[in-house]
Design a protein around this ligand. Sequence first.
Ligand code: NBY
Length: 837
Amino acid sequence: GKEKWPRGEEKVWKDAMRDVDTEVTSITKSFVNHVQTSLARQPYNLDNLGAYQAAALSVRDNLLVNWNETALQYTRKAPKRAYYLSLEFLMGRTLDNALLNLGLKDQYSEGVKKLGFSVEDILDQERDAALGNGGLGRLAACYLDSSASQELPVWGYGLRYKYGIFQQLISPAGDQLEAPDPWLDNQNPWELPRLDVSYEIRFYGQAERLGDGTPRATWSGGQEVLAVAYDVMIPGCYTKTTNNLRLWESKPKRGFDLNSFNAGNYEGAVEASNSAAAITSVLYPNDHTTFGKELRLKQQYFWTAASLADILRRFKNIGKPITEFPDYVAIQLNDTHPTLAIPELMRILIDEEDQPWSTAWQIVTNTFFYTNHTVLPEALEKWPVPLMEHLLPRHMQIIYDINLLFLQSVEKKFPGDRDRLGRMSLIEEGFPKQVRMAYLACIGSRKVNGVAELHSDLVKTTILKDFVEFEGISKFGNVTNGSELTPRRWLDQCNPELSSLISSTLKVDKAVWLKDLTRLEALLPFTEDEAFRKEWAAIKQRNKERLAHHVQTTLGFTINTNAMFDVQIKRLHEYKRQTLNILGVIHRYLTLKNMSAAEKKKVNPRVVFFAGKAAPAYYIAKLTIRLIVNVARIINEDPDTKDLLQLYFLPDYSVSLAEVLIPASDISQHISTAGTEASGTSNMKFCLNGGLLLGTVDGANIEIAEEVGESNVFFFGHLTPAVEDLRYQHTYHPTPIEEKCPALANVLNQVSAGLFGDAHVYEPLLNTIRQGDHYLLSDDFDSYIAALAMVDEAYLDQTEWVKKSIRTTAKMGKFSSDRAINEYAESYWNIEAQKIA
Ligand code: NBY
């Protein structure tokens, strides 16, 4: 039958509804309209920031048309949906991406030009949305983009931190300083406050079992805060589909603590409201550890409880029985951070929906999916039982119940194996006892996956080995996220010239190949086309000049653009071995110092770039930054070497900085100790942009080499199976570094002797290598230096180098986040694309 229009006259509504602006004249009209009304400003005093805001608001209007349409159709058709729960979404800037995805960049450029602005200047006004630390957060952002582009009904859920990742400053001595990132200060045109969508979230209080023969309990008292929704539109590329990222903000519950007010305890009441607002005030800046902080656990519960309440409410609107929940909802846990969603859904099903335990557990274990992002033991999340009992008493009861039933079933399968029970318990014995979140995530999920082949194998054979034996191998899979890279942002947007060259060469519109990256393979025959190679190399050169210009204008350094650009950009971490890189730079410097003028003539100049933040409390990582900065000071001023070797630490690494650095790189370094980097994702971005890879046999480097061919990457270092034995040797049969690796010993001694100043400051860093050397720098140093020499050698043959570069880009199809998200959609979530008409 004919659908009844919701209210009033349908025609009046429909006639008044706007569509997406595609004509330059309507774009300028909406821009001016926003200047005049939303911003209340005048043409004569409109600066670039104002112009950015007007452009953003006008683009937002367009996105909203599609966003509303998408939401409406999802509601009408009620397809199964997936929800991506991530504490981090490292979105970067939005305007350029939105323009490209809408296919409106040319029209907007023309429009703002007519109004006296340049689109580049306008785009440059936007602050990064930096609600993430590194790879995990950027992966989440890429997956949202790909979901929308693949027309998949996927929503993200996260927190609206008032302060994103800290801003990194470098002190005169070379130390990292942290400043807050008040990213919302200039207003954020990309979010829609949904003050009408809010939930009450409880903490602390008392949990009491009913003891009526059901598993039910009540949870009361404590503190209640409000979760308020802010929506961020996620446009797909060349499609109407515009999905949603819902971020929660914490607010005091209205009328909260009236009792304190009435008792004259005004400060008490205000303090309570401050404590509510504190929950979403700041992103934790640690990328591989949490320190058992109560506020962090509060964030996790606040976010998972609000998200689940929202998902449940949407499900209930469909009017299906609760047992069908998993037919309509898949929830992806991005690492263990949202694991509390598992006991929280149990709590709702049992205490509020009155379901029997086994039904509830059935629903839960068919709803959740867990992605692991690390096997480093120190990075596996654990929470002290006393803290959990205090903050979330009902959840702690439920976790104990889950554990008891779980261990009983383990006992049944492996009778008498007490060791195994201890190993697999959700509760780790000790003082205090701790809840092992990865185990809870594992047993509460339908499937578990790692993020690259090697990593997924390690998950199965190390941290979750017992669980594989108990639950069967088929629950454990791999989705090489690695493949997170978004071809649009990471190629079309940050490297527009390369993008147009590809379109014209392949004679395929970018609308096609940007949505099917495997098409890039058709570039392979052009490696033999000299004109094409020249054009390819010229574009790389212009991207290097763009980076040099950026560094010149922001930092005042003059960079030699005839040099090879060698880049390592990522969070500072011992396992990622930036220290190996800087020691390698020092080795190169010392070698150059000893060369004759004639020998130097044969050396190709090199510029080494570092960027990345260290966790504020990570002392050794911060020392590495200090060493890099101080080595740079000395060698960049040394007349003997400065034409052949330059070194820069670019402060405050961000998504936007990556967009300038990545297209300019000739070679990038991904040199983690084998078996430690789960995947890596920037490695893919560099390769897609025609940069070659220098790396260890680790993470997604391995799969990249499989695709592009080992002759096109530079591998070095020991392999994963050797690592354990080497560490054993270091501990029980240590060999002095002087004996084992004289070249490294010499470098360390020069640093110790004060060649770069501060003779004593670096000792704790150097001692990590001299004693224990957990990350095996002394084992890999010689082969690293040899690999660097091979890179130098290869670079001398520019023809062959450019061929390698083309081949690398051509074979990167596998690493599109579109491919990865389709794997999740098909093999995990069981959701289907929805065409938005
Ligand atoms: O996730 C990274 C992995 O190290 C990298 O190999 C992989 O490519 C990427 C995407 O799968 N992990 C990562 O970025 N982790 C974090 O940022 C992170 C943040 C917070 C916490 C732990 C890890 N935390 O416990 O608070």
